[in-house]
Design a protein around this ligand. Structure first.
Ligand code: ZN
Length: 358
């Protein structure tokens, strides 16, 4: 093709895409569970329905009030979706923020099952308490309803506490923004929706680990407590909860939705949460950790899913497998994105002079 015509076509395409990329702040709303996956159950209500109602109300508020913000739902009807599919939707649209909406519950035999109450907002990390681990286990265990979950989540066992060690070292570059947004939502849950404060917490949620943007998971309140179930299942309760998230989002989006800033060289650069961090370090090496094992794995082991070449280092008698090596944080991120399709819980680890550092 004539080079001149080719360049013109490229320019036209770039102009057509420009408004889509530059202006919209994209919020991905993820109502937990759906279809055959009911989530936690109350006497009458199902978690999947409460999550969806609050999600749709929140989406409507955003569409009506925040013109520069685009809403993408992982589901807007009663259907089953894998955790991977939810994260894929968010990553594909390059979301600026991911909000997973859930309703809490505790074990049937727990003595305080009918009295426990309160809202909490989670970000990805290692649980500090057994209670937080239990919440992550319950929410992650939905992968057991997926076909072939043990291969799609590289052997992650949602019910085994040991699996959760991978979240200990999770270096998520969006963690500061995630916590900032989580705190704002928690604050609104208390003051706007009058929920009891159970705080901002961390735990290893697969759906958060697989999204590459600031992300939170909210537990609205406890469906196992009949009083809270009533609130959660009422239109007015759902409206209060959606308003709470909306208020926090409005502040957050206003802060991060300033797309154009001018730097000292007078060239325009975009400044959104998507902007990658620049880190200048010597002798630092980034690798992508994607798997741990109590013994050395054969190169052809199917757990490696054909990834080659791989390396490992040993820590606390556990072999930790890594892929790739680069001195550039940006490059590490793009390698991470590449292999996240196969290993959603993969994360970046940092080495100095061949030794793992934190
Ligand atoms: Zn849930």
């Amino acid at each position: 093709m004539n080079k001149y015509i080719y360049n013109i076509i490229l320019l036209v395409i770039a102009f057509l895409l420009l408004p889509l990329n530059a202006n919209a702040f994209i919020v991905v709303i993820d109502p937990g569970h759906g279809g055959k996956d009911y989530g936690a159950l109350g006497v009458k209500a199902k978690e999947k329905d409460i999550n969806l109602s609050v999600a749709l109300l929140l989406g409507d508020m955003i569409k009506n009030d925040l013109k520069d913000t685009k809403v993408v739902y992982t589901r807007n009807s009663d259907k089953f979706l894998s955790l991977r599919e939810r994260a894929d939707i968010a990553n594909k649209v390059s979301g600026d923020l991911f909000i997973s909406i859930h309703t809490n519950s505790i074990a049937k035999k727990a003595k305080n099952r009918k009295t426990i109450s309160g809202a909490s907002v989670y970000t990805l990390g290692l649980h500090k308490t057994e209670e937080n681990l239990e919440v992550a286990k319950r929410e992650n265990s939905v992968i057991e309803l997926e076909n072939d979950y043990s291969t799609s989540y590289s052997g992650f066992d949602p019910n085994s506490s040991e699996s959760y060690i991978i979240f200990e070292l999770n270096q998520n570059k969006h963690i500061d923004q995630s916590i900032e947004f989580a705190s704002a939502v928690q604050d609104e849950f208390i003051h706007t929706a009058n929920r009891k404060d159970r705080g901002v917490r961390q735990a290893g949620f697969l759906v958060l680990a697989a999204t590459s943007m600031p992300s939170i998971l909210v537990e609205l309140d406890f469906i196992c407590n009949p009083t809270q179930e009533k609130f959660l299942n009422s239109k007015s309760g759902q409206k209060k909860l959606a308003t709470a998230i909306f208020n926090a989002l409005k502040k957050y989006a206003n802060k991060y939705n300033k797309t154009i800033v001018t730097n000292t060289n007078n060239t325009e650069i975009t400044s959104t949460p998507k902007q990658t961090k620049e880190i200048k370090i010597n002798d630092i090496e980034y690798k992508i950790q994607f798997l741990t094992s109590s013994n050395i794995i054969n190169k052809k082991d199917k757990r490696l899913k054909g990834l080659n070449p791989v390396e490992f280092y040993k820590e606390n008698n556990i072999y930790k497998y890594t892929y790739g090596s680069t001195a550039s944080w940006d490059k590490a991120l793009s390698i991470l994105n590449e292999i996240k399709a196969k290993f959603p819980e993969a994360f970046i680890v940092k080495f100095k002079d061949g030794k793992r550092i934190k």
